[in-house]
Design a protein around this ligand. Structure first.
Ligand code: NAG
Ligand code: NAG
Ligand code: NAG
Length: 348
C-alpha cells in the first residue's frame, strides 16, 4: 500500500470502518476549521466499497504494480517471465529485446499512469469500450466529465461525440488489436487512433510485437524487425511522441488479473493457449486498480442481444463470441462489481 496511488488507503483499510475514518478525519481537521471538510467528494470510493464486500476484498490486491518500466526489470522478474509462454510471457524472447525497450521507460512517468502532482483528490475514471449499447446513449457529456477517460480498440469518436464523448486520456491496445481495429473498422470511421497532446498510450504486452513497437515509438524510428517491420509509429501515435506518452501494462499484473478475476473455465478445457481476456476487460480492471471511482461504458450487459456488436456498426450486428474470449464470464464479473458498488456499469 506504500505507493502514492492511494496515500490514504492504508489508513482507510487499517480503520475498522467508515466511522473510524471519519472520526480520524474530523479529528485531524477539527482544530483548524469549524466546518470540517469532507474527505474529498468521492461519493463511491472504490476502496470503501471493497471493504464491505468479502469476496472482492480477497480478490483485489491494490499493491501489485500495474505498470512495467525499467526499474522493475530484475533478474528475478526475468527468471519468472522467461519461463512463461505468450501471451504475456517472455519465453523465446531475448533479454536484450525486453531490456532495450524497458530501458527507455526509466523515468517516474513510466511507473505511474498519472503524475502524483496531477492527481485530483478523487480520481474519477471512465472506461469506454466499443459496445453497441452506447449508440444513441447520449452519454458523451457524462463520459467527458471524468478526470481520465480510457478507450480501447475501435475508439471511433467522430460522428459519435454525443454518445461517447471526445476526451481521451489513455488509448489502450495490443499492436494486434490496434491494427485489426484499423483494418476492420476503417469503413465505420476508425481511421486513426486518438491523438493529441493529452493522449497517453497504454500498451498491453501480448507478444514481442508490442515491445518492438513501443521501443520504435519512443525512439521515433520505423519498426526494424518482426511482423510490423517498416511501420512508422508516428503514423499511429503522432509526431514527437516522448517517452512519457507511453505506458506498458505489467505482465505479472495481467497474470494476476487472469488468475483472480478472469480465470475462465476455458483455460482448463483445452483453450489454454488461445484464451485471452478482452482488451476492455484488462483495461477496466486496470482502472479499478488505479482510480478512486470507475464508470464502465460500452461493456457487455445481460441484455446485450438488444444492441449491435459495436456502437459504430452501420447496421445491427449480433455480438460476436470468439473462442479466445469468455464474454459470459466478463459479463458476470461486471454485473457483480456493479452490484457490489465497486464500479458503475452503464446499462439501459
Ligand atoms: C499483493 O501484491 C504484492 C506485490 O506483488 C505482494 O508482495 C503481496 O504479497 C500481495 N498480497 C496479497 C495479499 O496477495
Ligand atoms: C533514461 O533513458 C534515456 C533515454 O531515453 C537516457 O538518456 C537516460 O540517461 C536514462 N536515465 C537513466 C537514469 O537511466
Ligand atoms: C481457476 O478455475 C479452475 C476451475 O475452472 C480451478 O480449478 C482453479 O483452481 C482456478 N484457479 C485459481 C488460481 O483460482
Amino acid at each position: 500500500m506504500g505507493r502514492s496511488r492511494y496515500p490514504w488507503l492504508g489508513l482507510l483499510l487499517a480503520a475498522a470502518g467508515t466511522g473510524y475514518f471519519l472520526c480520524w478525519f474530523s479529528a485531524a481537521w477539527g482544530s483548524q476549521s469549524s466546518e470540517p471538510e469532507r474527505p474529498a467528494a468521492c461519493t463511491r470510493p472504490l476502496a470503501a466499497a471493497l471493504q464491505r464486500h468479502s469476496r472482492f476484498q480477497q480478490l483485489f490486491n491494490l499493491s501489485s504494480p500495474v505498470l512495467l518500466w525499467g526499474g522493475l526489470l530484475t533478474p528475478g522478474l526475468w527468471a519468472d517471465l522467461s519461463q512463461l509462454r505468450g501471451p504475456y510471457g517472455w519465453r523465446r524472447v531475448s533479454l536484450q529485446a525486453i531490456a532495450s525497450t524497458l530501458r527507455l521507460l526509466n523515468g517516474s512517468e513510466g511507473a505511474e499512469l498519472w503524475a502524483a502532482s496531477k492527481r485530483p483528490p478523487c480520481v474519477r475514471c471512465a472506461v469506454v469500450a466499443n459496445g453497441g449499447i452506447l449508440k444513441g446513449s447520449r452519454q458523451g457529456r457524462h463520459i467527458d466529465a471524468h478526470d481520465y477517460v480510457f478507450r480501447v480498440n475501435g475508439a471511433v469518436i467522430r460522428g459519435f461525440e454525443k454518445d461517447v464523448g471526445t476526451k481521451t486520456s489513455f488509448y489502450c491496445f495490443t499492436v494486434n488489436t490496434m491494427k485489426n481495429s484499423l483494418n476492420n473498422y476503417w469503413d465505420q470511421g476508425f481511421r486513426s487512433v486518438p491523438k493529441g497532446r493529452d493522449v497517453r498510450y497504454l500498451f498491453i504486452p501480448a507478444s514481442i510485437r508490442d515491445y518492438v513497437m513501443l521501443r520504435s515509438a519512443i525512439l521515433g524510428v520505423p519498426v526494424p524487425e518482426g511482423r510490423d517491420k517498416g511501420d512508422v509509429p508516428q503514423a499511429y501515435f503522432g509526431p514527437g511522441a516522448a517517452a512519457g506518452k507511453f505506458k506498458l501494462l505489467h505482465p505479472n499484473f495481467i497474470h494476476y488479473l487472469i488468475e483472480r478475476f478472469l480465470n475462465s473455465s476455458r483455460i482448463n478445457r483445452g483453450a489454454k493457449d488461445i484464451y485471452i481476456p478482452s482488451t476492455g476487460a484488462l483495461v477496466l480492471l486496470t482502472a479499478l486498480h488505479t482510480c478512486d471511482e470507475v464508470s464502465a461504458y460500452g461493456f457487455i450487459t445481460e441484455n446485450y442481444r438488444e444492441f449491435s456488436n459495436h456502437y459504430f456498426d452501420k447496421k445491427k450486428e449480433p455480438l460476436k463470441f470468439y473462442a479466445n474470449h469468455d464474454l459470459h464470464l466478463e459479463a458476470t464479473l461486471w454485473k457483480d462489481l456493479h452490484q457490489a458498488g465497486i464500479m458503475q456499469l452503464y446499462q439501459r
